[in-house]
Design a binder for this molecule. Structure first.
Ligand SMILES: N[C@@H](CCC(=O)N[C@@H](CS)C(=O)NCC(=O)O)C(=O)O
Length: 350
């Protein structure tokens, strides 16, 4: 009888030990992946950016600071991981330099008007984040030519940058319609644009966002017309080396957080008022109370509070760089929230 009691106590103690160790494991902080770890160690995020400057998306201002829509995406990720949107080093990359930069992991993230395609996803060793800007390829011509359709460009010479989806789509679109053309291909963006400006090409082609940026910088913008044709789908967004899926998740949820914040109406100006919101969904989104959000990725639980406070929500980023108070005044269109008929839709933060 005595022996049995002792045995029972031993079994109970063992069971308690097992359950305590399970609790202890649960409470252990999440281990961050290799890219996040090196960002933390370095205290800086290295972000691949547009090399020649793309107005509205990535340029260096008079004070020597990077600014633009693509730039702000990197700033948001730096705020999420490091708590500091300014802790970013931008690494300029020409189109053809992107693959090597991702593969060699000389950058942690790229946010550089880059189109998500299957072959890039597979061969660059990249993980693409959510699309931040839905675009399409367009064509610019001298306004005086009056060219309006692709057929009007029969026999034209067209300036295009190599290492881009642009070069491939151009070939597809023209051969599909049986239109002959002469591609003038350049490895760097400035040379491509200069050749068009100097009249060495009849047309210049790239993403429509890029056309707007270039047109705004032309000596006489009104001399150029963006034709009302769209050659392709160009979903542009950030990407990171696929060696750290957890880092890619952080990028993904930061971008979705920008979109979700806009949907909730949470802005850099009012985020503090939302901290005490009694809406459970918003408490969770902002990582308040007992809700585990960022901590599941080893970053600050309330990472979205920092991101919104320092960078703003998606709508603020869009307006600051491309909205009504900028030279672009670009309507949101498909880049609106799904609640406004656009394509931006965040999965739930829960
Ligand atoms: N979205 C397309 C095109 C991106 C692209 O590189 N476009 C050129 C337009 S000329 C550009 O921005 N070049 C600037 C540079 O290489 O710095 C892609 O991902 O391939």
């Amino acid at each position: 009888m005595h022996k049995r009691v002792v045995m029972l106590i031993l079994v109970l103690v063992a069971l308690l030990g097992v359950s305590l160790s399970v609790v202890a494991q649960d409470a252990q902080p999440v281990q961050v992946g290799p890219i996040t770890q090196r960002v933390l160690d370095r205290g800086e995020l290295i972000c691949g950016a547009n090399a020649s400057g793309l107005a509205g998306f990535a340029t260096v201002n008079d004070a020597g600071e990077w600014e633009g829509f693509d730039v702000d995406i990197c700033r948001a990720v730096a705020a999420a991981i490091l708590g500091d949107a300014t802790a970013v080093t931008f690494r300029p990359l020409e189109a053809g330099e992107r693959q090597a930069a991702v593969q060699s992991e000389e950058i942690d993230i790229m946010s550089r008007n880059t189109t998500w395609t299957l072959s890039r996803d597979a061969t660059w060793g990249a993980t693409f984040g959510p699309t931040t800007f839905y675009d399409g390829q367009g064509i610019m011509v001298l306004a005086e030519t009056g060219a309006a359709t692709l057929e009007d460009l029969e026999g034209a010479s067209i300036c295009v940058q190599s290492g881009t989806t642009t070069e491939l789509n151009l070939a597809d679109a023209f051969s599909q319609r049986g239109i002959s053309y002469e591609p003038q291909v350049f490895a760097d963006a400035a040379a491509t644009w200069d050749a068009y400006l100097q009249g060495r090409c009849d047309a210049f082609t790239t993403d429509k966002s890029g056309l707007l940026a270039y047109k705004s910088q032309a000596p006489d913008p009104s001399a150029h017309a963006i034709m009302d044709v769209t050659l392709s789908k160009e979903p542009l967004g950030p990407l990171s080396p696929q060696s750290d899926p957890q880092f890619a998740d952080i990028v993904q949820w930061t971008v979705y957080g920008l979109i979700q914040a806009e949907e909730y109406g949470i802005t850099s100006a009012n985020v503090d008022e939302f901290l005490t919101s009694d809406v459970p969904e918003i408490q969770r989104f902002l990582g308040q109370g007992e809700n585990a959000i960022g901590s599941l990725y080893g970053i600050a639980n309330d990472f979205m509070v920092t991101v919104i406070r320092q960078v703003g929500n998606y709508g603020e980023i869009y307006d600051r760089n491309l909205g009504p108070d900028t030279p672009f005044n670009l309507p949101r269109g498909v880049n609106g929230l799904w609640t406004n008929g656009g394509l931006l839709y965040s999965p739930p933060f829960r």
